[in-house]
Design a protein around this ligand. Structure first.
Ligand SMILES: Nc1ncnc2c1ncn2[C@@H]1O[C@H](COP(=O)(O)OP(=O)(O)O)[C@@H](O)[C@H]1O
Ligand code: SF4
Ligand SMILES: [Mg+2]
Length: 342
């Protein structure tokens, strides 16, 4: 595994700028009232994100990993202020980005926090020219005084992401997937954000262009002093991008450590299994399942530690009580009963 510094993590004493507190999001996926009556079933609720808390320091990139369906995108959307939590809150620099019952983020938080999505085909409006896509936030947040300044700034942004000023007049369908993701990055940067949420920004792209986009994001994050939450199901990608790495399982954050510590001495049994399953940076795309057994349904998560049906060292108490976060001297933590007595 590569463990070069990513964006240059600040000293742990620096106060966090992004704070996520006890964040949960449930989705009601019940069948209709009539179907429920006829089949005798009750309401069904997906617990997509359950009681997640962590903080990110200015200039730091935190990576999040976890298998498909574990709640990464739902957490990302809440942190970007795009969906409302069921409980808990997200603040950036003291401003509310998301809070149960509080409506959307204020305009300051909307400008400061931007998101880059997995699918660059779906995230761009096909009827807008690049100039409109990238220029829209410039006018919306009054970053430029008028149309002429907007044209100049769009050209500058396009060049910053490796496209040409002439691309401003084209439509999304005229570009490849990698180029579209560059347009999405230019749009995200247009509002002069301080925080980026990137949700698997390269997993829909050809392997040959993934590294280019990842390196572009790293360079831009460094140049603009951005703080970042970078999500991937791929540990090698997170290793390349992040300073600290969090691991999710069935809606919960179960471990968070410095990248070097997480890869050298993963503490949660699930993290250990993930790290052992990815031997090299070359293994873009996890080919084999890291563990035997399926991830249980978030409709009916196991009691106690949700990992207990698959855990090689599960103890009787694991099926009964949820494990608390156990802090380490290194500054990280993991939630596992086996670490409590260690
Ligand atoms: N809008 C939604 N309505 C119902 N269920 C949802 C919705 N969004 C996500 N889910 C469910 O929440 C869980 C977590 O999904 P998601 O956050 O997309 O995970 P990931 O990004 O890790 O694959 C999954 O079981 C998914 O089916
Ligand atoms: S709490 Fe128990 S079941 Fe969960 S990971 Fe730790 S040992 Fe395994
Ligand atoms: Mg996702």
């Amino acid at each position: 595994m590569m463990t070069a510094p990513a964006t240059g993590a600040p000293a742990p004493t620096v106060a966090p700028v992004m704070e996520v507190k006890n964040l949960s999001r449930y989705f009601d996926v019940s069948p209709t009232w009539l179907t429920r009556k006829l089949s005798g079933t009750g309401k069904q609720v997906v617990r997509a994100v359950e009681d997640v808390s962590f903080a990110i320091r200015p200039g730091e990139t935190v990576g999040l990993v976890g298998e498909s369906g574990c709640g990464k995108s739902t957490l990302a959307r809440m942190i970007a202020g795009l969906i409302e939590p069921t409980a808990g809150e997200v603040t950036f620099d003291g401003h509310t980005v998301a809070k149960a019952g509080a409506g959307g983020p204020d305009s300051r938080a909307r400008q400061s926090v931007q998101m880059i999505f997995q699918d660059p085909y779906a995230s761009l409006n096909p009827r807008w020219r690049v100039a409109e896509t990238v220029g829209d936030p410039l006018l919306a947040f009054s970053i430029v005084p008028g149309r002429r300044a907007m044209r100049d700034e769009v050209a500058r942004l396009l060049e910053a992401v490796g496209l040409s000023a002439d691309d401003a007049g084209k439509y999304p369908h005229e570009f490849s997937g990698g180029q579209r993701q560059r347009i999405a990055i230019a749009r995200a940067l247009a509002s002069r954000p301080r925080f980026l949420v990137a949700d698997e920004p390269t997993s829909a792209l050809d392997v040959s262009v993934q590294a280019q986009i990842l390196n572009l994001m790293r360079t831009l994050a460094r140049e603009h002093g951005l703080t970042m939450l970078f999500i991937s199901h791929n540990l090698a990608v997170v290793d390349h991008m992040a300073d600290r790495v969090g691991v999710m399982y069935l809606g919960r954050l179960i471990e968070l450590q410095d990248k070097a510590h997480l890869f050298a001495s993963p503490r949660h049994p699930y993290t250990r299994a993930l790290v052992e399953a990815v031997p090299t940076i070359e293994s873009i795309g996890m080919k084999r399942p890291p563990l035997s057994g399926e991830v249980p349904s978030p409709l009916d998560p196991p009691a106690g530690c949700a990992f207990h049906p698959r855990c090689p060292i599960a103890m009787p108490q694991c099926a009964r009580t949820h494990p608390p976060a156990v802090p380490f001297a290194s500054g990280g933590w993991a939630a596992c009963h086996a670490l409590e007595s260690a």
